[in-house]
Design a binder for this molecule. Structure first.
Ligand code: SAH
Length: 392
């Protein structure tokens, strides 16, 4: 693939010199003509020093995403090398009794725009940018070679595809069609994953370690799991000896799968309730109290302009949740928005605690597991944070 060139404005080379992989539209001074979205591009400073090579999309605020900071060919061998490195990491650290994990995590694996998730014998992929979309066939062939699997399935249904000028696509790319529900193992538990209609690629793989953490403190506890999706935290809690669990979720298909997950793990009992409701409404009308409340909402903040409003939303839901925690109980609260950084999130929980008049102690701070690595030069990659708090 041929590459074109762009020059940055004076002073805009610094982030790239520290290997930050994004160039925003405002940093670009000149760009060669005759390109299309997704083409390779070499980036130079105003005084024509080479900075890196990546791919561009003039329709995106992030106009260039960098693939390498040396002047090397970007070809099949390049992608095969990067994918092998990503797979090696997973082979080294994947917990036993687990066959569901993220194999390629976009910027975290130096492959911006590419997501590859493994669900048992199937791979589910997302090409989030026009640049990665161009390499789709090559990438699928590499994956099949490097990680033998039954099938490679594409789950590109995110609205963000439209911002990149791409159509959504959900369907098979290679091998066999996955079944309607794929069975996976996570830390010895079994879950059903709907790779076609589920959220993201089917499962919130990024909460694996936190589900384990919550399971570990659930014995003998009455647990409320808010925004439960397919019951992840509840199944762990129930399996680890929680006396009762209540899973609250607004999506009926997610709750249907949650029921199957309880059943599959031998836990389908009246003590484990599933409630279809809006969590805000549920918490406002609920009179009950719990030993452990899990709060894992969807992102309230999709852009930096929404930070204040989202902050109020997080504070409100945490205030409502705190009222449902018994004295001496625990709140596990999360935010998956990269625009709400860990310090700000803690400040929001501080505000909620103060308004609730409760004394809180942070027992643990959590993030995504090793298979969602954070490239230290790309702090925006740290999106998930959780606080495990003792509530007096
Ligand atoms: N903790 C889950 C993932 C939660 S994702 C796990 O470990 O798998 C957030 C979930 O909140 C989604 O399933 C979404 O359907 C649900 N949701 C979003 N808004 C909601 C609302 N207002 N009330 C209830 N559920 C909601």
């Amino acid at each position: 693939m041929k590459s074109i060139r762009c020059l940055l404005k004076k002073g805009k080379e610094k982030p790239l010199q520290s290997q930050h992989p994004w160039v925003f539209s405002g940093a670009i001074d000149q760009i060669d003509e005759g390109f299309e979205a997704g083409d390779l591009i070499k980036v130079y400073s105003h005084d024509e020093q080479f900075l890196g090579i990546g791919y561009l999309n003039p329709a995106s605020q992030i106009t260039v995403r960098l693939l390498a900071f040396q002047d090397i060919p970007i070809d099949e061998a390049f992608f095969a090398g990067r994918i092998r490195e990503a797979l090696e990491l997973r082979k080294r650290f994947l917990p036993v009794d687990t066959d569901a994990c993220r194999l390629v995590h976009s910027e975290g694996d130096f492959l911006p725009g590419l997501i590859v998730d493994r669900y048992g014998e199937y791979l589910v992929v997302q090409f989030l940018t026009a640049g990665m979309e161009k390499w789709k066939e090559t990438l699928v062939a590499i994956l099949q070679k490097e990680w033998p699997c039954k099938g490679v399935f594409e789950k590109d249904d995110a609205d963000t595809r439209a911002l990149e000028g791409l159509k959504t696509h959900v369907g098979l790319l290679a091998g066999e069609e996955p079944p309607q529900l794929v069975e996976v193992r996570e830390n010895g538990l079994t879950f059903w994953v709907d790779v076609r209609f589920g959220h993201k690629t089917g499962f919130y793989l990024d909460q694996r370690d936190s589900r384990q953490l919550i399971g570990g403190i659930s014995r003998g506890k009455k647990v409320l799991n808010c925004f439960s999706y397919t019951g992840g935290f509840s199944v762990y809690a129930a399996r680890c000896g929680a006396t009762e669990t209540v899973s609250v979720e607004s999506s009926q298909p997610a709750l249907d799968t949650a029921k199957l997950n309880f059943e599959k793990n031998g836990l389908l009992q009246p003590a484990h309730q599933m409630v279809k409701d809006d969590v805000f409404q549920y918490l406002r009308s609920c009179q009950d109290t719990f030993d452990l409340v899990v709060l894992d909402p969807p992102s309230f903040c999709k852009s930096k302009h929404q930070v204040d409003q989202a902050g109020r939303g997080y504070k409100d839901i945490n205030l409502c949740a705190l009222k449902r925690v018994r004295a001496g109980g625990v709140l596990y609260t999360c935010s998956c928005s990269s625009f709400i950084d860990p310090a700000l999130f803690q400040k929001i929980i501080f505000g909620a605690a103060k308004d609730a008049g409760r004394r809180l102690r942070i027992l643990a701070k959590t993030s995504h597991p090793f298979d969602h690595p954070i490239n230290i030069y790309h702090p925006e990659g740290e999106y998930l944070k959780g606080l495990l708090c003792e509530v007096e």
